[in-house]
Design a protein around this ligand. Structure first.
Ligand code: S3P
Length: 180
């Protein structure tokens, strides 16, 4: 039984980290924290504006600081941004302070779920599909490296995925560890 003090969701854009995470947090009595939202609140700017003003590197630095702050806490379900695993220090902290779940999604599911999205700066281009494919190629090994558990979300609603994940977590993650 893993006694990690937080549950951490990793995975690509469109995997359902926020929608599944909210439901799961409620079931387990955890504080739901969306790392991107935390960054926006700390910066007083949207993710899109942060990318525009300080570029991806500036965003990654804010993301690193946000994760360090959040993961110092306990009893939380932290939904991370799709690129959070790019930083070695982020990966180390996630493993140290969390039971990490990789929510996987195939390209088709991602495209479908992100169809109407206008908020993610890295996808505001015509070749979205190529971008997502290349990200998956690069990042999938990193998601797997940090994950204690991998769950495929293809074909599942957020509610179904949350139920399935709750079942898979039972007996693997020591929820009481969150309060210790
Ligand atoms: C990013 C994913 C986004 C957000 C930012 C960059 C990425 O989060 O952090 O737009 O690099 O994959 P979601 O995965 O929650 O969409």
């Amino acid at each position: 039984m893993n006694p990690a003090p937080n549950l951490v969701l990793v995975g690509p854009m469109g995997a359902g980290k926020t929608s599944i995470g909210r439901r799961l947090a409620e079931r387990f009595g955890l504080d739901f924290v969306d790392a991107d939202l935390h960054i926006e609140q700390r910066s007083g700017a949207t993710i899109a504006a942060i990318f525009e003003h300080v570029g991806e590197a500036g965003f990654r630095e804010r993301e690193r600081a946000a994760l360090a702050e959040l993961l110092a806490g306990r009893g939380q379900l932290v939904a991370t941004g799709g690129g959070a695993v790019l930083g070695a220090e982020n990966r180390r902290l996630m493993r140290e302070r969390g039971f990490v779940v990789y929510l996987a999604a195939g390209l088709d599911s991602q495209i479908k779920r992100l169809q109407r999205d206008r908020t993610r700066p890295l996808l505001q281009r015509a070749d979205r599909e190529d971008v997502l494919r290349e990200m998956a190629r690069h990042r999938d090994p990193l998601y797997r490296e940090v994950a204690d558990l991998v769950m495929d979300t293809d074909g599942l609603t957020a509610a179904d995925a949350a139920t399935r994940l709750a079942l898979q977590l039972a007996g693997r993650w020591q929820i009481n560890g969150a309060a210790a």
